[in-house]
Design a binder for this molecule. Sequence first.
Ligand code: PMP
Length: 411
Amino acid sequence: MSSLARTRADFPTLHQNVGPHPLVYLDNAATSHKPRAVIDALARYYECDNSNVHRGLHALSMRATDGFDAARARAAKFINAADPAEIVFTRGTTESINLVAQSWGAANLRPGDVILITEMEHHSNLVPWQQIAQRTGATLRYVPVAGENAQHGLDLDALDKLLTPEVKIFAFTHISNTLGTINPAADLCARARKAGALTLLDAAQSIGHEPLDVRAIGCDFLAFSGHKMCGPTGIGVLYGRRELLDAMTPWQSGGGMIANVEYFNTTYKPSPERFEAGTPDVSGAIGLHAAMDYLDALGRPLIAAHDSALAAQARAALAELPGIRILGPLQNSKRSGLVSFAFKDVHAHDIVTFADQDGIALRGGHHCNQPLMRKLGLPSTTRASFYVYNTPEEIDILIKSLRKILKFFGS
Ligand code: PMP
């Protein structure tokens, strides 16, 4: 069996038909499938260790606590954080960004300050900053994307001009879920640091695809979701440099995050517990641990190479189709494992609906990126996104199906 066939065998959901057709799952930027190792870790936890963490002194609670703490240490190692205390468990990227906006933002932003983001942000790295700007009187500014079809990525000259001393934080995506652009994270963080701004990196689209080292990148905060990297839904991570997290006040409160409670006053535990009010997602953290082990056993550099080879193959084949407009960078090295495209005369929802009849899972719409789509003059695009279990043959099936659909619509 080839190594790709062995990897596919690890993912039970892949082995099903949609109608008469074998499933071709190309919606990995939305969520990935889960390998048997992750499903087993979740089942094992519920079958053997299920218990609440931290406050119990009995065997099961101690085992659950050990599993939860080990997951935090594993997450720190996965991104090369200096200390497990720099890992806050959240529900996902969205909650991680909201935590920073609500806690750090509310305490540190005032009128005259600038929050800098980019035109290629997912709504989850845009709306939380819009809200906190409205609350604090800070100004929200955008680094433009340049080039027809946004092919040139972020305009770095514009970035340097926008990085004035008023900028308190620069929050940007590592990989655009709409364009597939890989932003040069370390370079962007260095530029921001030189200007005196903190940085938040949205790693939702990169974490499961390539090695990430927060110290090499030099970001102050990093946000990601478990479900896009073979882990369960409902669990994610906010990484923050320890001194930043320790200086931040909790954004939610309740059990688990307190040091001492009086009737009219409360002191809080240090980070990360101060940001994890209530019963955490213990099984999610344990499943995430298994996902990280799984990805590292495959090898993240190999995953990155596999995904971008598929994207390059798809891009070349798609470019042959009539009336197509492909978004994102032309150079393979600047593009991740997803391809976003639009046809002149066929709406993305029609493409996705018809492709589904051939067993192909695609995504069509604005990809939670409405301002960028408006700038590009597109109501929607179709997105094919690849992961570790996709094959070159699946791209052939996609292209065949698209040709059939285009013919049906007279294109
Ligand atoms: N940022 C980017 C770049 C994303 O692609 C996504 C998910 N599509 C998110 C943030 C939000 O992730 P989640 O819904 O898991 O919080």
